[in-house]
Design a binder for this molecule. Structure first.
Ligand code: FES
Ligand SMILES: [Fe+2]
Length: 372
């Protein structure tokens, strides 16, 4: 395959994908009765926990006069707006009380709602299901809301248990640039140079097999890159050869699973749109490799942030250029995954528009070749 067609980057706000779960905050950021402000897909959000600890997500805009509800009070059940005291059910957003109404008022306050979003807690994150920008309840004709995403774990004998760790960073770019940066194999030797990883000199030809999966594509199970020290360490610890599988799934999730005998490490990276020019990278990993010996934890907590910092720096610099030019070139197989990402997005939006099943852009197994 040989092509170098310039692709117009999509206008992010218009192309943000509705109808998916997105991580809003890490669980530890939401404590007690405190209300937290956040944003997803340019929607201002108010997050909190009810008296049972269950999280909720409201649109942070009072339907009365647009006052941010996050300045208000919360009693464990209802949020009270600080401007005129209207009260809203924390989970449904339904208006419960309007203090200015007289006893004989005909106004039905329960017909008024603040926007609200389905909210769940999983793997140390508070997730919100972004139905639509207004936070309207999904119509009865809409597809059912799927369960919130869960990091795959393989607790084989249910004895050893596993460890879990979280890393994160803000990326000052559109979600599209964040995601294609995540799946881009060609920047490694230039951005992530390190003696234990790779360098310009270690560039060599790679051939990887890919296959379609629902809403995404998979780099089929393969032996991890021989020039990477973390995988060599893994082989040393487990005594078994490792295989790795990498999936990308709409709207924004990249899963990587490394298995070596009974040992596994499972990770997920999401790039979540906050605003059209800002997204957040969240990385979570779980593993059962020597849970009593912190080698994996060390690798993740020391090398992980360094890796993420290198990506963040590159994106900050790229933002300087993107102010003048938002076109991009997707070149040959090294950028094929980025191309598939845009095609998947377009196919998803088209299927939502027409109600027809989604036409997957990857029609069968395919081998991609590049140098990295
Ligand atoms: S603006 Fe919220 S009650 Fe008036
Ligand atoms: Fe990177």
């Amino acid at each position: 395959m040989n092509d170098a067609t310039p692709a117009k980057s999509s206008t992010p706000a218009a192309d943000m994908l509705w109808g998916f779960w997105y991580p809003v905050l890490r669980s530890v950021q939401l404590r007690g009765r405190k209300l937290e402000r956040a944003a997803l897909l340019e929607v201002p959000l108010l997050l909190g926990r009810d008296s049972a600890g269950k999280p909720f997500a409201l649109r942070d805009v009072c339907p009365h006069r647009a006052f941010p509800l996050s300045f208000g009070q919360f009693d464990g059940t209802s949020v009270e707006c600080a401007y005129h005291g209207w009260q809203f059910d924390a989970h449904t957003g339904q208006c419960r009380h309007i203090p200015s109404l007289t006893a004989d008022s005909k106004l039905k306050c329960e017909r008024i709602s603040a926007g609200s979003f389905p909210c769940e807690e999983r793997d140390g994150y508070i997730w919100a299901f972004m139905t639509n920008p207004e936070g309207r309840a999904p119509a009865s004709t809409d597809a059912a809301i799927p369960p919130a995403p869960k990091l795959p774990t393989f607790d084989i004998d249910h004895k050893t248990g596993y460890k879990i760790a979280h890393l994160w960073a803000d990326l000052p770019c559109s979600v599209d640039h964040g995601i294609i940066g995540l799946m881009d194999p060609a920047h490694g030797p230039f951005v992530h140079q390190a003696w234990w990883w790779h360098s310009r000199r270690s560039i060599r030809e790679k051939a990887k097999q890919f296959e379609p999966i629902p809403n995404g594509f998979r780099m089929s199970p393969h032996a991890p890159s021989a020039n990477s020290a973390p995988y060599k360490i893994l082989k040393l610890i487990t005594g078994e050869p490792a295989t790795t599988t990498i999936d990308f799934v709409l709207p924004n999730q990249r899963f990587e699973q490394i298995r070596a005998g009974r040992y596994w490490l499972s990770s997920r990276t999401t790039v979540t749109p906050i605003r059209r020019d800002l997204c957040r990278l969240d990385f979570v990993a779980a593993w059962n490799i020597l849970p009593w010996f912190p080698i994996v934890s060390f690798i993740l907590h020391v090398l992980g942030p360094r890796f993420i910092r290198q990506d963040t720096k590159v994106i900050e610099k790229q933002a300087l250029g993107l102010k003048y030019e938002d076109r991009m070139m997707l070149v040959d197989d090294a950028d094929r995954q980025a191309r598939w990402y845009f095609e998947l997005k377009a196919a998803y939006l088209e299927s939502k528009r027409t109600g027809e099943p989604m036409r997957h852009p990857v029609t069968g197994p395919v081998t991609l070749q590049w140098r990295s």
